[in-house]
Design a protein around this ligand. Structure first.
Ligand SMILES: Cc1cc2nc3c(=O)[nH]c(=O)nc-3n(C[C@H](O)[C@H](O)[C@H](O)COP(=O)(O)OP(=O)(O)OC[C@H]3O[C@@H](n4cnc5c(N)ncnc54)[C@H](O)[C@@H]3O)c2cc1C
Length: 402
């Protein structure tokens, strides 16, 4: 490896995954260039949940102290029935959780997470961040890789990591698959806490569930904002209109939620109707690595958000990738070892997220009855379901690298 500022590792995409990857690699001594299509690095105005498998990596990257200043540390993760208003089940995500997994569960504003990562990248002498770089083509050139933006300008590096999200261009090197539309849409946003009334409990992350729909609520930014995500399956969806705005409309949202309990009705009344997010994932692919090119995060394994694990898995990738690049002599060995560990795990989480969606959105009375009976028998400190996700410990031991 002849890594230098002129011959860096190129990361395509400066989202949560790309920035964390850049930081991990730089802390392993590599020079890294991040190419982001947007004119500025930024995130949407909504919240994100990060479980211990993610905060463990953030701590190792040295950004957890910054994040702790702006995050909220919730005490319980609670499932509620959106119609009866009854609590179905709860999970302790406070001190017992933290002791079990060696790291906290946090909820925060996406832009606060993004800013912490950007600040750490800007402070690191080995990282160059470049905006306005919409990457269209990636070509192998002997031992190097050439990356072209939409203006035809080239960046040359010794390796490329595609961190360009769900609609990844880099992924085309490995697969001609397309994102799979779930027929669900999300409306989301964070509003000032003083505008909020009729909330169940500000110490909780609350998920209201019902047939073909759910609502998630939690505070962010030191408790100054309240984040809400409203998700439902569109009964107007048809393949022919998938790329239009004619399905998943605010009117459908009103119809789907019209008989829900008071607190859910209040949540719906607060949600911004200006923008909707159609929800996509992809089927897992077996291979996303070739020589000195690989993928990470949503570019490699986009998943539905029902387990709140998409960004967590991207952070696991970032930590493990940095470890492998540090350990191996050349990129092809490092990337192969990375894929060998990460592909089965992320494919499993992708599939589990779909399954969990089927369970929480159940429309079958028998499935719903079974679900609610099983959930009601759990104790708040029964971690058996989440151990497999939150307890991941393959990333090298916690250490703050400078
Ligand atoms: C409603 C919703 C709620 C969610 N909640 C959670 C949660 O609570 N917890 C959790 O862990 N996950 C959650 N997720 C998933 C999480 O948001 C994603 O998994 C995560 O953002 C993936 O990060 P990424 O960096 O891989 O991709 P992205 O965040 O998509 O970033 C990709 C970056 O690449 C850039 N880019 C794209 N194409 C190009 C190109 N051609 N050239 C250059 N740059 C390019 C983009 O501009 C972007 O900056 C949620 C998702 C949704 C939709």
């Amino acid at each position: 490896m002849t890594n230098s500022k002129e011959n860096p590792i190129i990361v395509v995409g400066g989202g949560i995954g790309g920035l964390a990857t850049a930081l991990g690699l730089a802390q392993s001594g590599k020079n890294v260039k991040v190419l982001e299509q947007a004119p500025e690095f930024g995130e949407i105005g909504a919240g994100i949940q990060l479980a211990a498998n993610a905060t463990n990596v953030l701590r190792r990257l040295g950004v957890m102290d910054k994040i702790s200043e702006v995050a909220v540390f919730p005490k319980r993760l609670v499932l509620m029935d959106a119609f009866t208003g009854e609590e179905l089940s709860a999970l302790d995500i406070g001190s017992v959780y933290q002791e079990r997994y060696g790291a906290p569960y946090v909820v925060l504003h996406r832009s606060d997470l993004q800013q912490s990562l950007i600040d750490a990248c800007v402070d690191h002498p080995n990282i160059e961040l470049v905006n306005n770089q919409q990457i269209t083509t990636i070509e192998e050139a002997g031992e190097k890789v050439e990356v072209y933006n939409a203006n035809g300008e080239a960046h040359v590096g010794e390796a490329v990591i595609g961190a360009d999200g769900l609609w990844s261009k880099t992924r085309k090197i490995f697969s001609d698959d397309q994102p799979v539309c779930s027929e669900y849409v999300a409306y989301r946003g964070a509003i000032p806490m003083e505008e909020i009334t009729n909330v169940a409990n500000l110490d909780d992350v609350i998920m209201w569930i019902g047939p073909n729909m759910h609502v998630v609520q939690y505070p962010v930014r030191r408790g100054e904002l309240y984040n809400q995500v409203v998700v439902f399956k569109s009964y107007q969806y048809r393949k022919e209109i998938e790329h239009t705005f004619d399905w998943g409309t605010p009117e459908e949202m009103d119809e789907v939620f019209k008989d829900t309990c008071d607190k859910v009705q209040t949540a719906i009344s607060y949600i911004s109707r200006q923008k909707r997010w159609p929800m996509y994932d992809r089927n897992p692919i077996e291979n996303w690595t070739k020589g000195n090119i690989t993928l990470m995060g949503d570019a490699a394994h986009p998943m539905l958000q029902y387990l709140a694990q998409g960004a967590c898995q991207a952070l696991e990738d970032a930590g493990y990738l940095a470890d492998m690049v540090k350990k191996h002599e050349n990129y092809s060995e490092a990337f192969e070892a990375y894929q060998q560990e990460r592909q089965p795990r992320t494919a499993y989480v992708q599939t589990s997220a779909r399954n969990w969606g089927e369970i929480i959105h159940s429309t079958e009375p028998i499935t719903t009855l079974l679900r609610d009976t099983i959930l009601s028998k759990r104790t708040e400190q029964d971690f058996s379901f989440i151990d497999q996700y939150h307890g991941y410990n393959k990333v090298s031991p916690v250490e703050v690298r400078n």
